[in-house]
Structure formats: C-alpha cells, structure tokens
Design a protein around this ligand. Structure first.
Ligand code: PNS
Length: 160
C-alpha cells in the first residue's frame, strides 16, 4: 500500500492545498495530511484548530486523513510507515526552500522520497499568509479557502 504524507503548516488550509490533496489522493492509496510545526513561522491558528479546519474540508475524500505531529518529519514518516513526502511548488523561490528541505530530509532518512507537484496555475499566487492579510483587512476570501471554513477564518483573523 502506498502511503504519502502531505506535511505543512496549514495556517489555515487554502484552496491551493486542497487541490494538491485531491490530486495526491488520485495517485496514492492513502494520503495523510500532517500539520507540523515550522519553527520559522508564528501561527495564527493553534494546531488543534488547523486540524479541525482540514477535517471539515477532507471529509468526503475516503483515502485522506489528517493528523498533527510535533518533531521531525522523518520521524513521523517512520511512525506511519510512509515513504513519500508530497510538496506543492508555486515558484522558483518555493523550489529553493523546498530543495534544501528535501535534501535535509534525505540526509536524515535516505529511504524517503520527496515528490513535488506543481501548483494548479489558478492558485499559483495563493498562500496562507496572503489569505490572512486579505481577511484581516476585510477582503473577500471566498475563492481562496474552501467554502466550509471561510467564515471561521474571517472570524478568527478579525478577532486578532
Ligand atoms: O507549510 P510549510 O510552513 O512550508 O511547511 C513546512 C514544514 C512544517 C513541513 C516543515 O517546517 C517541517 O517539516 N517541519 C517539521 C520539522 C522538520 O522535520 N524539518 C525538516 C528538517 S530541516
């Protein structure tokens, strides 16, 4: 059985993330969306909130589940017996960062492969941080995050 892990901050999940999840679910037997800590980012949503938002948007995808983990991604992969990390790529700047991370993960565990999936062009400008900025200043995020979570994202960000 092929198990792939799609790791990220998901602060919050966007339409771009969901697109990668659906396309991965069509390739692998099981996809685990994993909320991990990126030490370089301060989150707006706590980990439990991020997981709950993801649960809502993947509920109709039978071979997708969501979990969280505190620690190294490669250790989590070993716990789940997963050999493939999925990453979405939007730009050359994404590539530089992801390339470094993929090589570090390879150094830590040579049995793990990182598979890069190009963003859907219609989401190539989209990021969780830009969604939060739009929400913070009262812009419309309807086509930026899944409809099931849009109002909760606005509530949370505007309360900050
Ligand atoms: O959505 P992001 O912020 O680009 O995701 C980055 C994330 C969370 C996948 C990455 O920071 C991560 O893997 N964190 C866990 C710690 C780890 O294993 N780091 C890789 C070795 S440097």
């Amino acid at each position: 059985m092929s198990i792939a892990v799609y790791p990220g901050s998901f602060d919050p999940i966007t339409e771009g993330h969901l697109d990668i999840i659906k396309r991965s679910a069509a390739i692998f037997d099981e996809v685990i969306v994993s909320v991990l800590i990126n030490p370089e980012k301060n989150g707006n949503f706590n980990v439990e909130e991020r997981v709950e938002l993801i649960e809502r948007v993947i509920k109709n995808l039978d071979n997708v589940k969501v979990e969280s983990f505190y620690g190294l991604l490669v250790n989590y992969m070993k716990e789940r017996n997963a050999k493939v990390i999925i990453k979405g790529l939007r730009s050359v700047s994404d590539f530089e960062y992801e390339f470094q991370m993929a090589l570090m993960n390879k150094k830590l565990d040579p049995t793990i492969e990182t598979v890069f999936m190009m963003t859907n062009a219609k989401y190539s400008y989209l990021s969780s941080s830009s969604v939060k900025q739009v929400a913070m200043f009262g812009g419309c995020i309807d086509e930026l995050v899944p409809h099931e979570i849009a109002s909760d994202v606005i509530d949370k960000i505007s309360r900050k």
